[in-house]
Design a protein around this ligand. Structure first.
Ligand code: IPM
Ligand code: MG
Length: 377
């Protein structure tokens, strides 16, 4: 049995005793499914089928978004789709290359899912490029709403009225020439809640009981400096969790050289976006990178990878990231023993190595991989 990190919301409670599973469905949770774009649906569909076959009492609803919704309503994210998401207990999201982007925006900013949890745990059999990947088991908690992703960008000349003088370049930024700006916004409240979430996660995991903070506070003194200051303040409330911080570029090097020393790592949005893909690379491919985005009263789950347009329609996308996102979702719904069973079976499929997708050095299709997982279950 593989020890699973507690990646779900700290308040999630188990309701699925083995007896309950034998007794059949009893939960009736509703999951909104947005399959996403390009190759993403090829991973989402068999995962939904697999979960369905376990008879966990899950209802699936499919809000219409993207092209289909646009053709009917003129909008890629009509009110009806929003209502389906709101009424569901959670959402499983494939991945977007644009058309389902408005739905993703709603799931993040509309639902205020501020903590993007991205586990990086090595399973024997994964095609990690590292010589000794054993023992890699950390979780990136990416602040999910702020930072450079508040989406406030524009022409530099718009900043003329502010007459902002750069600290390094020492002249008004609107005089730099023809160019653009982007706003990096870090708030105290936004940082506090994600840092607390990360500490609570570290406290629940049977891990190294450590929280690492990665920021670029030496250059971005006001913004990342605030993030780090807040993290240090909150660390005082968690004396049982070791706290450390690194400048993010140094952290990137350490994450590759000594990934096994990390437990939970919290960071502003953009670094978390970039480094969680890099963490997927440490394991062997983006096809292994799961995620769940948690807010105060909603959470949704999506693989961290993109839509893989280059392999769309070929039935070779690695569904592992979607499977592991789905097991995080089961945890969130209180179905943690079902999640554990699926992860144990997945570990057996990787350990045997007989049926793996091409990104893991195998030649199996997505369908064959999911069939092997179903057999292992
Ligand atoms: C991710 C993706 C998204 C992000 C894109 C699709 C908007 O890269 O979930 O990491 O930047 O957050
Ligand atoms: Mg990303």
């Amino acid at each position: 049995m593989i020890d699973r990190p507690a990646t779900c919301r700290p308040s999630a409670k188990s309701t699925d005793s083995p007896q309950a599973s034998r007794a059949g469905p009893r939960l009736n949770k509703t999951i909104a499914v947005i399959e996403g774009d390009d190759a993403a649906p090829e991973a989402v569909r068999p995962v939904v089928e697999l979960l369905n076959s376990l008879q966990l009492g899950l209802n699936w609803v499919y809000p219409e978004v993207g092209d289909v919704a646009e053709a009917k309503t003129g909008s890629t994210f009509p009110d009806a789709a929003r209502a389906v998401i709101d009424a569901a207990d959670t959402t499983l999201f494939g991945s977007t290359s644009g058309k389902s982007g408005a739905a993703l925006g709603y799931l993040r900013w509309g639902k205020e899912t501020f903590a993007n949890v991205r586990p990086c745990r090595y399973m024997p059999g994964c095609a990690s490029p590292l010589r000794q990947p054993e023992g890699i088991d950390f979780v990136i908690v990416r602040e999910n709403l702020e930072d450079l992703y508040v989406g406030a960008e524009g022409p530099l000349e718009d900043l003329a009225a502010l007459n902002l003088v750069g600290r390094t370049i020492r002249k008004p930024v609107h005089e730099l020439g023809d160019g653009r700006y982007a706003i990096k916004a870090i708030t105290r409240a936004g940082t506090e809640r994600v840092v607390r979430f990360a500490f609570d996660l570290a406290a629940r995991r049977d891990g190294k009981r450590k929280l690492t903070c990665a920021t670029k506070h030496n250059m971005l003194r006001a913004t990342d400096g605030l993030f780090l200051d807040v993290a240090r303040e909150i660390a005082a409330d968690y004396p049982e969790i070791e706290f450390e911080s690194f400048i993010v570029d140094d952290f990137a090097c350490r994450m590759i050289r000594e990934p096994e020393r990390f437990d939970v790592v919290v960071m502003p949005n953009q670094y978390g976006d970039i480094l969680s893909d890099a963490a997927g690379g440490l394991l062997g491919s983006l096809g292994l990178a799961a995620s769940g985005c948690f807010g105060a009263d909603y959470a949704y789950f999506e693989p961290a990878h993109g839509t893989a347009p280059d392999i769309a329609g070929r039935d070779i996308i690695n569904p592992t990231a979607t499977i592991l996102s789905a097991t995080m979702m089961l945890d969130y719904l209180g179905l943690d023993s079902a999640a554990q069973r699926i992860e144990d079976a997945l570990a057996r499929v990787y350990a045997s190595g007989a049926v793996l997708t091409p990104d893991q050095g195998g030649s199996a299709t997505t369908t064959e991989f999911c069939a092997a997982l179903a057999r292992a279950l």
